[in-house]
Design a protein around this ligand. Sequence first.
Ligand code: OXT
Ligand code: ADP
Ligand code: MG
Length: 571
Amino acid sequence: MSNETAVVPEGVELTDGFNLLMDALEMNGITNIYGLLGIPVTEVGRMWQARGNKFYSFRNEQNAGYAASVAGYLTKKPGVCVTVSAPGFLNGLTALANATTNCFPMILISGSSEREIVDLQQGDYEEMDQLNIARPHCKASFRINRPEDIGVAVVRAVRTALSGRPGGVYLDIPARLFSTVMSAEEGKKSLWVPVDPAPAQLPAPSAVKRAADLIKNAKKPLILFGKGAAYAQCDADILSFVEETGIPFTPMSMAKGLISDTHPQCGAAARSMILQESDVVVLVGARLNWLLAHGKGKTWGAAPKKFVQIDIQASEIDSNVPIAAPLVGDIESCVNALRAELKGFKAPAEWLNAVSEKAAASRAKLAPKLSTATPVMNYHNSLGAIRDVLKNYPDITLVNEGANALDNARMVIDQYLPRKRVDTGTWGVMGIGMGSAVAAAAETGKPVVAVCGDSAFGFSGMEIETVARYDLPVTVIIMNNGGIYRGDEPSPDHQISCMLFNPNTRYDLLMESVGGTGVRVTTPEELSKALDASIKSGKPTLIEAIIDPAAGVESGRIGNLNIVSKVGTKK
Ligand code: OXT
Ligand code: ADP
Ligand code: MG
């Protein structure tokens, strides 16, 4: 190591890198670590547990990383994931990049091999330039070279992950540093807790006035909440903003429940209509990325549209279309400043009525499909059954991944409370299921239900052993239609279609084999019964729901992004 720590005189009480790292994390309020152990970080897990903290040990670092990122999202504190070097680090890096993309605060800590050997590429055990590989995938990538720098590194990691737009931070710890000793007294002095790591950022009064004027002159205003608004944890202010102004709102998927889906101003069931017909759209913690068709095109209709955008990241403004009234600041400050400026303002009642009527009509149209029996269950009646059970347990966290299993569940299952839905997020990434479920159970202490497509589940399926090992109140529902999107694709000669999986896979028995409860259901009634019993039991359970292989559609609701050959197969 380039900067050797000073020699400590004999008789002085010692500490080392392991202990200093844990002291620093504990000081910063971290209680749960998610990770996967081995050389050189094994002792991190043992010692963390010996100190009375929780270490959630996973079967693959990617899932541990997803867990840490979701812990960060749910708690507004950075979620911490610990991995071994090179391959373990790379597995965790996917989750770190996903956390950064989704604006979730997370710290990935990986052990790394000896720098003298790595830097000269002399073939060390798990050799890799982790520091530089991580850099483009997170907000900051730091290496700690001396034990007395652990404190400052953790403080910088925490502040960087939480401040401004939240995201991921990588901390690289060369193996030898963990056991390098220094004076315990000096070590203690090197640690501190950052003051106000996510400071309020107030919007300029002129910007608030500009936004309020635009809203006051709108005939058809709309508030669109993204997961940034859910993350901000100013739920009461947001509800007041909506109710005081009488403006209809619609949530992006993970903002569902920030205000109940059953609130009279919720326009989620009139989504196309409100996006197209609104004249002023107030974006609150939502980016105009692919999920919002970049703010353009037929999704947004032909009528001229003006945007107010509340975001902490100034460079997000104008990223796709002109933003008429940017409000750069934290959501709590911006929403409250707008409320003050809009005092006494009410949106036109005829607009809210039109939205409510459309939403009620959509709900009424969907309702019979959710309870109509079919020879084999489809997405509608199976999810209708799930929805009816979950109504009774509003504080359950719903984890959701898949294509049809995702899009239909988002539409059918109402959310009632903030931050109770975790899904595939900005990247539409499969495999977040089990990590998210473990984190949600660990961080909330409440039951979790994960609704997963059979393909999506496969990405993190072995983690049901993790769920069972920690005896978490998690129910996994696998929507088994035997494939990606559909299970009825014809197979070419002498091959099984590349889109199919074995529909007879006994996912329920997999759960039984790891000590949980497994149930296989074929009707909505069986599904309701099994789900209710599982939630009441508080025990790890997997319900395999057999879904009609023909029920899904290619790419779910985002078929427009799918690319198909214009000329067909040429042999
Ligand atoms: O207004 P209109 O008429 O438009 O109607 C809307 C609402 O008004 C209405 N609505 C309602 N009606 C009645 N009642 C209620 N309560 C109600 N609420 C709403 O419903 C419609 C739809 O509303 P919604 O959903 O709000 O709106 P819309 O238009 O869909 O919103 C647009 C989007 C873009 C915001 C939304 O669609 C969205 O959030 N989409 C996210 C999609 C996504 O991320 N998908 C995942 C990726 S797909 C693909 O890439 C997959 N892969 C590849 C792969 C991935 N992803 N990752 C990795 C690591 N490797 C590979 C794979 C492998 S999916 C996949 C596996 C798939 O197979 P599975 O077996 O897992 O799953 P199955 O498909 O089930 O087999
Ligand atoms: P969704 O996918 O739900 O539409 P996005 O992830 O695209 O949401 O957008 C979240 C946005 O919220 C990001 O642009 C991020 O900068 C912003 N954000 C996150 N936390 C805050 C906060 N406390 N205050 C203001 N903006 C925030
Ligand atoms: Mg499937």
